[in-house]
Design a protein around this ligand. Structure first.
Ligand code: 3PG
Ligand code: MG
Length: 399
């Protein structure tokens, strides 16, 4: 891999130079208060930003937040992120009210050496996500004008063919930031020759989102443990009734085929926590996976399943986990996710947690982040990496 990284840039010297950093500051915000509920992605980019600040660069940070539709939308403003970033860096961060307009221009021009600015949400501009190369390119030209060099540290967005990820690096000397470098190093350990047994735990709500990664992983893993909303489509394929649980009817046959293809590799829940409704205070019970009542829905894996998954994980030497095992945001349905997470921390294995939701679960459940080998900042990005897909953001750095 011929990617130049931040150390190469620092070795060139950046004092007084403008460095445009693409970060993934797409953090979850509280719907009511607009406050940042998990600042993991902001903290993850600090090593790169601090190194540039120390070296005297004029640091211009850009990011997306949420999915605004190509025009300014106050609920997706990065302003609160600028505040938090400043607190974490221990120095104020100048905030531009637009991405490439007058405010951005004067903010960048006003930067002193070692200062940091954050531009407003990239996705307030149509060109960022446009499928049209010319439209994307025109926006990339405007962004690239703010930097003498470009650093990509937005691992969570490297799977997007967006202007700031894919087109800006074609216009500026480009380097991988510390986070992108570390993520790629870790994930390549999983795609290379992982120490065995290699056990993967997948959860989350939809099989259709995970199908490609299941297909890609099935031949390589020793064990694939499936929980979360997606397990019910597998249980249905085993011939069980799933009540009113999440079910992707058009995926049942596919799930059946996957289980046939790798007999004994896929482990499904043997018991589930079912409830009367999708609510934190809904009446609930644990039932066998083949005894889900027709009027109830499964919201978590049961304790016997947790014990079985924990036993498989305790043997593992390499673990990848993506997706919660149940509705962990509701205390009554958090035990499956907590149990699996704890089993991962206890295993004598190299463990990688992928995905915004699983990373947020680790922190929300108060688990010690340092007892995992690596917590990826990328959800879709880490899955697509494991699928072996070409990631536009990484490919752009290689060129
Ligand atoms: C994410 O949260 O998955 C990344 O920030 C990418 O966001 P996106 O899925 O909206 O492109
Ligand atoms: Mg996503």
């Amino acid at each position: 891999m011929s990617i130049r990284n931040l150390d190469d840039l620092l070795a060139e010297g950046v004092s007084g130079r403008r460095v445009l950093v693409r970060a993934d500051l797409n953090v979850p915000l509280d719907k009511q208060t607009g406050e940042i509920t998990d600042d993991g992605r902001i903290r993850a980019v600090l090593p790169t930003l601090s190194a540039l600040v120390r070296a005297g660069a004029k640091v211009v940070v850009c990011s997306h937040l949420g999915r605004p539709k190509g025009a300014p939308d106050p609920q997706f403003s990065l302003r609160p992120v600028a505040g938090r970033l400043g607190e974490l860096l221990g120095a104020p961060v100048a905030f531009a009210e637009d991405t490439v307009g007058d405010s951005a221009r004067s903010t960048v021009e006003g930067l002193a050496d070692g200062q940091v600015a954050l531009l407003e949400n990239l996705r307030f501009n149509k060109g960022e996500t446009s499928k049209d190369d010319t439209e994307r390119g025109a926006f990339a030209d405007q962004l690239a004008a703010f930097g003498d060099a470009y650093v990509d540290d937005a691992f969570g967005a490297v799977h997007r063919k967006h202007a700031s990820v894919h087109d800006v690096p074609a216009r500026l000397p480009h380097f991988a930031g510390r986070l992108v470098l570390r993520e790629v190093e870790v994930l390549s350990r999983l795609t290379g020759s992982p120490e065995r047994p290699y056990v993967v735990v997948l959860g989350g709500s939809k099989v259709s989102d995970k199908l490609a990664v299941i297909e890609a992983l099935l031949p390589t893993v020793d064990r694939l443990l499936i929980g979360g909303g997606m397990c019910f489509t597998f249980l249905k394929a085993q011939g069980h009734e799933v009540g009113t649980s999440l079910l992707e009817k058009d995926m049942v046959e596919t799930c059946g085929n996957l289980m046939e293809r790798a007999p004994g590799k896929i482990m499904l829940p043997v018991d589930v926590v079912v409830a009367d409704a999708f609510a934190p205070d809904a009446a609930h019970d644990t039932v066998p996976a083949d005894g889900i009542p027709s009027h109830r829905l499964g919201l978590d894996i049961g304790p016997e399943t947790v014990a079985g998954f924990a036993a498989a994980l305790s043997q593992a030497k390499t673990i990848f986990w993506n997706g919660p095992m149940g509705v962990f945001e509701m205390a009554a349905f958090a035990n499956g996710t907590r149990g699996v997470a704890e089993a991962i921390t206890k295993a004598d294995a190299f463990s990688v947690v992928g995905g915004g939701d699983s990373a947020a679960a680790v922190r929300a459940l108060g688990l010690d982040e340092s007892s995992f080998g690596h917590i990826s900042t990328g959800g879709g990005a880490s899955l697509e990496y494991l699928e072996g897909k070409t990631l536009p953001g990484i490919a752009a750095l290689e060129n």
